[in-house]
Design a protein around this ligand. Sequence first.
Ligand SMILES: Nc1ncnc2c1ncn2[C@@H]1O[C@H](COP(=O)(O)OP(=O)(O)OP(=O)(O)O)[C@@H](O)[C@H]1O
Length: 963
Amino acid sequence: MSQFIKTYGRIRPSANGSGTSPLVSTDKAVNVDLDNGRKTYELHRIFNSAATQEDVFACVSKKIVEDSADGFNGTVFAYGQTGSGKTHTMLGPTNSWSDPEHKGLIPRSIEYLFELLDAKTREFQKFTFSVNVEFVELYNEEIYDLLNLKNKVQLRDLGKEIQLDGAKSETVDNSLDLMHVVQRGWVSRSTGSTAMNNESSRSHALLIIKIKTQEVTGGLVKERSSTLNLVDLAGSERQSHTKATGDRLKEATNINSSLTVLGRCIRILSKPTAGSYVPYRDSHLTHILKNSLGGNSKTAVIVNMHPDREFLAESTSTLNFAQSCALIKNAATRNEVMTGDQENSYKKAIQELRQEVDETRAKVREEFGKRLDDSEEMQRRLTKENEELKAAKIDLQSQIDLARVKYLFNGDAEQSLEEHKKLISSLSDKSASSLYTLKLEKEASEKRCHQLQQDLNELRSKYESNLSETLRLQTPNGKVRQSSSRSERRQTLYKPSPATLANYVEESEVAERLDEANTMICKLESEKQTLQSKWETATESFVEAEKQIKELESSKSVLITEKEQLSKEFDAVRRENEENVEKISKNRKDLDGLLLKIAEYAKEIENRKQEKLTIEEKHGKEMDEITNHHKSVKEELQSQIRNLSASNSNFSESQKEANEKEELLQQRLQSLSEEKSALQKELANKAQLLADAKNDIKECSKTSSELHSKIVEKSEMISTLKKKVEENDAELKIKAELIVSLEQDIAKKAELIKQQAAKLDENVTTLSEQNSMKRRIEEAIEIEENWKKRYAALEDKRQTEFNDHQRDIKNLKLQSNMLKEQGTKAEKQLSQKRQEFDKKVEEMEQQFAQMSTAALKKQEEKIRRDSMLQYESTIQDKQDEITELKNLNEFYSKQHDEDSHAIANMMNTRQGKLSYVEKIRLDKMEQEKTIIQQRATIDRLSKGHREANRPVLRSRNQEAAPQ
Ligand SMILES: Nc1ncnc2c1ncn2[C@@H]1O[C@H](COP(=O)(O)OP(=O)(O)OP(=O)(O)O)[C@@H](O)[C@H]1O
């Protein structure tokens, strides 16, 4: 992790206490009043003169120490002009290193470091640490081992770490030891007076603390190592300010040269550029602090300043240095090495921790049980005591009562009472005396304690005074250095005067005693601390357990209340549900009743309607009957009147009869009118009845209308419901239809898909067929191509063969011509020879004419016959040959025709082609055979011809030889 170097400023109290300071500081900035205006320097924190040592430590060093205990390298160095308070800051004022208030950053860091390491040892079961310390000074560009001045120290750069070869490394296991080492080393440090500071540090002092820790968790071993550098630099002032001369001037030059290199390195580091070289090796100081400046370290720089105007230039330069430092980035990483099987070790660690937790729990439980038992026991005891006391009280009371009675009734009562009083007073005296002794004992122990504390304080002060005395004695002639050379100074430093030896012995004894006391105290303190911590952890776990129990109980009670609430709610819901069920069933019943009523009403209405209809029908019928009757009566009367009028003519005659009839008629009319009135009455009654019925009907219709409206309502409801149902049905229908249509669609699509699939299949098959066709075609084309090629090749072959044949034929023709020529030649020759022969014969005849003519004639005859025969056979042979050649020629021309024919048919069948090829092959073979035969014949012929000519010549020669 990279981080900038932390820079802090500290302004010491004014040396002369006069005038206003040109440095005005806030928490994080110093405002400097320069001649040419004001300049503000911002740092991480500014400590003014009022800042305490603890403030400085807490802010500057605490975190670095914590990190160094955790495996990070750390460096704190103080920079500033002489007398500005570097040593005051780093170590504290002289003889105040153990002063809780005034001790500086180094003692505080050391104490805190061991506090942390001890705490870790307590915290972790398997945590060990080792601390080694080296203390060197850089003086005049030489490295001196402050722990053993005889050692020759060489600087070795190991890359990651700078080693001081030859420097004594002391192992320490507590802060006191380490402080002793520091004290021892500090005594050796070169101090000299300057004009400005009586104890001016003329060298750079480097306290190098090397920390190694090992933590075993399960099977995992975590090893960390770190270096904590605490550096008190020499004064950075200009030489003119120091008024130095001689050795002091040389010192100052060397101090300045190393600080100049430091400044140069810091300037380069603060403005890093690609490939920029940092001259660490130019001085030992920067070489040793290589890691602290831009390397693997957490570094803090504290710059000390004078507030006075006379040091303004130095203060400004110091602040410039601080600002450059603030720009340097360090990359600090934890120096840690882990070994062991990590997974298993983690598991083991978890298991161990669990076990630890279980054990602690068990312990806490046991403790708790014990305490509970104790408290119960105590309670029992106290109750028992209480009861006993009560009994004693009762007893005493009874005794007193008895005494009173005795006093009243007996003369010795007074004596007895006196005895009792004595007894009581003796008892109270006893208890008072025991209380008094306890008090005395307590006071004595307190006094003893006080005394011990006083003794301890005395011892401590004595030790400190002795130590300071020793330091004073070890530095010859106090702090003023007399010897001019450094080696002389060192020699004098380690040669105590005989006068001080006694003091040494005493001091060593006191120191031993003090050491013993300290170790004892430490031991006791550590024991106390461990016990305290154990007690605290146990109490904490107990409290934790109690807390957990309380939490569990509270959560349990919460859960119980929740459960109760839930059960209540559940009951309420159940009740509500039951009520709802009841309501629903009631509503259902009501609805059923209403439906029944509606049905009844509907039935009634139907009945009423029916009744109304029947009544109306009945009335209609009756009315019809009445009107019919009235009509018929009227008609009868009218017919009677007509009859009467018709018989009016006969009226006189039958006056009487008429009168009688009239009387009868009147009677009848009367009866009829009576009947009519009765009928009218009845009609009125019927009308009344009808009206009543109508009223009834009206009422009925009213109720019916009400019912009707209700029915209408219900029916409306039903209709709306029906509508809804219908709508739903319709919707369902639509949906069903939709589904059906969709299904149909799907089916169609499936069909389509099937068809398409089929088509596709077909296509695929056609495609495959086409493909196969194509393949076949391609194959066919390929075959055709091949055939064509082969045909072409064959054609070529044939052509070449044909050409060959032609050539052969030509050759044969030529041969035959030649043979012909030869034949003609031979004929010519023959004729010539014949002529020659004839000539010779003539000559011979002439010759033999001279010889015996008979013998010669015979011989001649014989020769002639033989030659003739030979000649004829040769002629025959030649003629045969010629015919044979002719035949061959014919055959070849025929063959040529056949060939052309075959070529024309060549593409028809493969067989044909093959057969043709075969045929050609065979023909070729035949031809070859024939050619061979012909050649043989020609050879034979030419041989024969040669043979035929040879005996004639030989015989002629033989015949000529005897001559
Ligand atoms: N903050 C402070 N409060 C009180 N006194 C201080 C403070 N700072 C420095 N002093 C005093 O000033 C004097 C010089 O201080 P110190 O020796 O620490 O200076 P220095 O920077 O270490 O000088 P040198 O470089 O010469 O060693 C000492 O007496 C010291 O007690």
